[in-house]
Design a protein around this ligand. Structure first.
Ligand code: PLP
Length: 685
């Protein structure tokens, strides 16, 4: 193989997205092209500098990375005996150059798929080829968020059209209403995991059907239900067409739940009774719910549902009443919408929330579906989310971790003894690590601000306590809570002995006026004379910004309205970098927080669904008090060596205990042992 061929082979498998050595090679091919394409290796390779390609030293490095890739692909697969699993999700966050994710759900799905590859599970994922992606965020002169859908050109990305034996695109069809929709699929390889992304945007379809798979979470209810028919029903048909066998179907959130109806149709077409067919579907399906927020559960007007399911209904011959019943808590309530979560719960053998607290909340939320059971017996458990450490550990953090945890720490990241080595790192080295990561972030921010449409000054201090907040601007996450009491908030920035600085990022859904107002509120604050340059809003939050912020910030702020944050994962990304969480005890944090590895805002039991008018000031004041009385002293009180002992103790504790427990390695192993593997009859309902 030539050097170019080896690079092409590396670019074609998203293994490179979690391999910094591979990314560094692509960057060197053409630093400019790489940067402007959101770090896309295919683009960099196309315009590669021949002098670099022909450099023998470069070729040697390519050889080494390529050999590592081959070794990864041919190594024994730890869980090769696991039941073959098909994982369905509406969005996937794989890399910043493939922007078909909006937030935590997609990132989690991408991390799950990558960890499944690392662990060697037979794993296939299904989604939509959303070539317009979610939106890119920019701002008009008045500081109002604008959305642009740039479009993914398939020829410029590591995706391949799935073809049949004769080389023609493999297609399947579904009915949306009476419209016949043709679907083709794009394949993405993530290590061992194969991903199929369905696409209607080609000449077999009339124009009004071609746009269906263009954009994520945009468009009217008809578009949404049609997308979900394509994902669920079309996804199963595409798996059949490519010959993928699955014993387990994992429904990641309700958007894909129509897949259960397609499995039901298949069983009934084989002559099974409806009861037998339902039992067979349940045996194979498992369902994960990701949010207590009502808008996160798709509900379709019964008229719209029946209209759009007409063609499908014809093939399964169920009455309107019977079909609608699968999505209704009470089948005889004819006004009730069709709820995708209810469908997922009814036709799965087991269901789970994504943290211990979220499991409890989900049991209460869906209690009505199980009226003869006590709320504690509602059959929804939990598997707490985790993050894919190879993806989320900053490349520039790795030399330090390799040195202190051993060169194969990532290989053995599920062994607590790897993390125990943090105890042996000297205070000096640990503090220098934190300073290096903060300085690298600040240099990144200074450069990034030059490209923003929202003008901002940068005057970040490389030695000041740096607080980060980046996530979707869904209102329950309360982005501007820190500015609840503006006077008190501003004082934290202006005191010369113990100053803070803050960096925000995040997109609001284009229809979410509340979220957009939150962005304006924070942007307004960035222009306050006392905060200028020290409070920053970074636009167009994506995985790259996520990686920079979670690695560089000292404190990661998370202040959702409890209990709406089902898990949250951004805070799980900071611990390996020695960052500390300052968070409401919501989502994963009640499981992660041990009193010595970060800070809690507010108390655990006291504020489940409190009136926001009471909860917001309470949480804001507790946040200020904790910052004042605990976070600032920990960071700024120094010993004779100039080091902060209290901070270092917490940092050490967090690094030892959090990365392993909240890794996707642990999460996928839990899914395997508790959800995928158990024989259906052993699962309690
Ligand atoms: C990790 C991550 C998220 C999820 O963050 P939450 O804390 O769960 O809201 C969302 N978007 C990006 C780009 C991320 O990297």
């Amino acid at each position: 193989m030539t050097t170019r061929e080896k690079l092409a082979a590396l670019a074609a498998n998203l293994w490179w997205t979690w391999t910094p050595e591979a990314i560094a090679l692509f960057r060197r091919l053409s630093p400019g092209a790489f940067a402007v394409t959101d770090n896309n290796p295919v683009a960099a390779l196309r315009v590669a500098d021949e002098a670099v390609l022909n450099d023998p030293d470069f070729a040697k490095e390519v050889d080494a990375v390529h050999a590592a890739f081959e070794a990864y692909m041919s190594a024994d697969r730890r869980y090769g005996d696991a039941p073959p699993t098909a994982y369905f999700c509406m969005e996937y966050g794989l890399h910043e150059s493939l922007p078909f994710y909006s937030g935590g759900l997609g990132i989690l799905a991408g991390d799950h798929a990558k960890a499944a590859s690392d662990l060697g599970l037979p794993f296939t994922t299904v989604g939509l080829f959303l070539r317009g992606g979610y939106f890119k965020q920019y701002f008009d002169a008045q500081g109002r968020q604008q959305a642009e859908f740039p479009g993914i050109d398939a020829t410029e990305h590591p995706v391949t059209l799935v073809t049949d034996a004769s080389g023609l695109p493999l297609t399947v069809t579904v009915h949306a209403g009476w419209d016949e929709v043709h679907l083709r699929a794009w394949r993405i390889d993530l290590g061992h995991t194969t991903m199929y992304l369905l696409d209607t945007d080609f000449s077999a379809n009339p124009y009004h059907l071609r746009f269906l798979t263009r954009r994520l979470y945009q468009g009217d209810r008809t578009t949404r239900i049609r997308q979900e028919i394509i994902l669920g029903i079309g996804g199963v048909r595409m798996l059949r067409a490519v010959g993928v066998e699955a014993e387990v179907f994992h429904l990641n959130e309700g958007h894909c739940a129509f897949l259960t109806l397609e499995l039901l149709r298949e069983q009934m077409a084989r002559g099974q009774s409806r009861e037998q067919a339902e039992a067979a579907v349940r045996e194979r399906c498992v369902f994960t719910t990701h949010t207590p927020v009502k808008a996160g559960h798709d509900r379709f007007d019964p008229g719209l549902f029946i209209e759009q399911m007409r063609g499908f209904q014809h093939a399964i011959s169920l009455s309107d009443h019977d079909l609608l019943a699968y999505g209704r808590i009470n089948p005889n309530d004819v006004t009730s919408p069709f709820n995708m979560t209810v469908l997922g719960l009814k036709l799965s053998r087991t269901a789970n929330g994504v943290s211990k607290l979220n499991g409890e909340v989900a049991r209460r939320q869906w209690h009505a579906l199980y009226p003869d059971r006590h709320v504690d017996e509602v059959p929804i458990g939990h598997v707490t989310n985790g993050v894919h450490l190879p993806t989320w550990t900053a490349p520039h953090a790795r030399p330090f971790l390799n040195e202190h945890l051993g060169p194969d720490w990532l290989e053995h990241r599920d062994r607590p003894e790897v993390w125990r080595k943090v105890r042996d790192i000297s205070d000096e080295a640990l503090w220098e690590y934190r300073r290096m990561l903060r300085r690298t972030l600040i240099a990144f921010v200074n450069e990034y601000l030059k490209t923003q449409t929202l003008p901002q000054e940068a005057a970040l201090d490389p030695d000041a306590l740096t607080i980060g907040f980046a996530r979707r601007f869904a209102t329950y996450k309360r982005a501007p809570l820190f500015f609840y009491d503006k006077e008190r908030a501003i004082k934290f920035f202006t005191r010369t002995d113990r100053p803070i600085q803050m960096i925000y990022a995040g997109k609001a859904h284009p229809d979410d006026e509340g979220g957009k107002a939150y962005i304006r509120e924070i942007y307004e604050m960035t222009r306050h004379p006392a905060l200028k340059g020290r409070l920053i809003y970074l636009e167009d939050y994506d995985m790259e910004i996520g990686r920079m912020l979670t690695s560089g910030c000292d404190v990661w702020l998370n202040n959702p309205r409890r209990p709406y944050e089902a898990s949250g994962t951004s805070g799980q990304k900071v611990a390996v970098h020695g960052g500390l969480n300052l968070s409401i005890l919501d989502g994963w944090w009640p499981e992660g927080y041990n009193g010595k590895n970060g800070w809690a805002i507010g108390e655990e039991a006291s504020h489940l669904y409190k009136d926001p008018e009471i909860q917001d000031p309470e949480d804001a004041n507790h946040l200020y008090d904790t910052l004042e009385n605990s976070v600032l002293p920990a960071f700024y009180e120094r010993d004779e060596r100039g080091l902060p002992p209290e901070w270092l103790a917490r940092m050490r504790n967090a690094m030892e205990h959090l990365p392993y427990a909240f890794s996707a390695h642990r999460m996928v192993t839990d899914y395997l042992e508790r959800i995928y593997r158990p024989a259906p009859q052993s699962v309690q309902r």
